[in-house]
Design a protein. Structure first.
Length: 127
């Protein structure tokens, strides 16, 4: 495994751990300033909207796991196909489970760090 592949896998692990802790600052630091997120049923959105959504989670608890199925690095650009399973528990105890795939493009920025640049999130709610 190359250093870049390891760094990208570490980014995904850091994202999952920070999400579980509710650490929005760490998650936002893993995202490029010009990021574009695409999710079903919504127009593409950027970092500010993503940050607002994180803030809107409030006291919700999120548990999840990630399984990178494919990862390919091409210079300063990389992509990965990832299977994610997550459970969100609201303060009132209501549980929402979502799972599915993401297709993510990452970019190695001027500081040498990989950051998420584009993300197509295809997670759907599970019963």
């Amino acid at each position: 495994m190359s250093d870049d592949e390891r760094a990208i896998r570490d980014l995904v692990e850091t994202w999952m751990r920070a999400t579980k802790r509710g650490d929005a600052a760490t998650v936002l630091d893993l995202i490029s300033d010009d990021v574009v997120f695409m999710v079903p049923g919504a127009e593409p959105f950027g970092k500010a909207a993503f940050a607002a959504a994180l803030k809107g989670l409030g006291a919700m608890t999120i548990e999840g796991r990630s399984d990178i199925r494919e990862l390919s690095v091409h210079g300063d650009i990389a992509w990965l196909r990832n299977r994610i399973e997550m459970t969100a528990t609201a303060p009132d105890g209501k549980v929402t489970r979502r799972s599915g795939y993401t297709l993510t493009i990452l970019r190695k920025e001027a500081d040498g760090r990989w950051r998420l640049s584009r993300d197509a999130n295809l997670l759907s709610t599970q019963d």
